[in-house]
Ligand binder design. Structure first.
Ligand code: ACO
Length: 327
């Protein structure tokens, strides 16, 4: 690495509407007790119909820019991690660029589902360390609620909407110490949205078959998630040349509290060091780890000098971990 690169500003944004487990009890055959014991989720936020990922993402981005004390025109690159883009194209990053007035930025999206924010940080870090760009905005933004089949109790209880953003730039001390990422395309169809792409373009038939909704074999993913999250976290910690004991705060992807607990157990890090917000927001895919990072900093669980491990896993399958020393 040529330069030290770190997070210099953070922001997040959530829709106001709260959907509780008790609300879901009135919609489908489920119970607050089942959802809480199997997932750790109590409630989630749901965007108003017509909201795009860029609407939530641009609000998060504006807050991150204020936190970084930068003007929008100082941003060189915008990377948006999302699996619920405003449209299949153009990129949601372009919509966010326009909404925040970052006219000098290049823009693109990364597609790595729940691991997308960590992947976005890795891409941003490369551009800054190489000297090509100075300030990069990374946004994890999701409006998952329209992608969900609200009659499918095995998926609809899990997800929520939200966005988190980070500005990355050069730092004098600390910053990003390591990344480790991986994927397994052989498991691609365990979690996917089959319709609306080039293989199954939208047609009355794809809509009739519900192919425009998220499909997940949750049970099969569970074990893979624990193995991949703990495995890549170990590799990232090793590459950072620190011991697991040195980690002050873990920011995991929030897919399921039991996945987080099993991953953390394998790492040998105490649960007190792990930031959890799945109870309040459910799984917001790429936005989950972004928002968790923002909240952990706001609540002073992360301070200057803290060693932070971010670790995420999702559709692809794709997983990634990052170790930082908070600048
Ligand atoms: N309410 C009540 N009962 C339910 C519900 C519900 N909402 N959903 C399923 N059930 C029932 C099932 O029908 C089944 O009943 P049966 O035994 O009579 O057939 C029973 O509960 C057990 O179902 P399982 O699917 O085995 O439940 P499990 O304990 O595996 O929990 C869950 C399901 C929560 C989805 C879990 O498997 C999980 O979290 N998987 C991983 C998800 C994940 O990590 N995804 C990747 C990230 S997301 C992304 O990339 C977008």
């Amino acid at each position: 690495m040529n330069k030290k690169v770190g997070v210099i500003g953070l922001g997040f944004h959530l829709p106001k509407k709260v959907l509780t487990n008790f609300d879901l009890e009135k919609m489908i055959d489920t119970s607050d007790e089942w959802i809480q014991t199997r997932t750790g989720i109590r409630e989630r936020r749901i965007a108003e119909p017509g909201t795009g990922a860029s609407d939530l993402g641009s609000e998060a981005a504006k807050k991150a820019l204020r936190d970084a004390k930068l003007k929008p025109e100082q941003i060189d690159l915008i990377i948006v991690a999302t699996l619920s883009p405003d449209m299949p194209f153009p990129s949601t990053a372009c919509f966010i660029q326009d909404k925040i007035g970052a006219g000098k930025a290049a823009c693109f999206d990364v597609s790595a589902a729940c691991a997308g924010f960590v992947y976005g940080l890795a891409v941003a870090q490369q551009f800054i360390a190489s000297g090509m760009y100075r300030y990069v905005l990374v946004v994890g933004a999701e409006v998952l609620s329209p992608l969900i089949d609200w009659k499918d109790r095995s998926t609809c209880v899990l997800f929520g909407d939200g966005a988190g953003a980070a500005v990355l730039g050069p730092v004098k001390k600390g910053g990003i110490l390591s990344f480790h990422m991986g994927s397994d395309g052989a498991c691609a169809e365990l979690l996917c949205m089959p319709g609306g792409g080039s293989r199954h373009p939208t047609s009355p038939e794809t809509v009739h078959q519900g192919m425009h909704f998220l499909k997940m074999k949750g049970n099969e993913i569970f074990k893979l998630a624990v193995r991949a999250m703990s495995g890549c976290a170990v590799q990232a910690i090793k590459k950072a040349k620190i011991s697991p004991d040195a980690i002050d705060c873990v920011i995991p992807h929030q897919a399921n509290l039991r996945i987080i607990q099993a991953t953390i157990e394998k790492l040998g890090v105490p649960m007190e060091k792990v930031y959890v917000n799945i109870d309040r927001y459910g799984n917001m895919s790429s936005a989950s780890s972004a928002i968790a990072l923002c909240e952990a900093v706001e609540e002073k669980k992360i301070r200057t000098g803290s060693k932070v491990l971010m670790v995420a896993f999702g559709s692809g399958l794709a997983w990634g971990a990052c170790v930082m020393e908070w600048a």
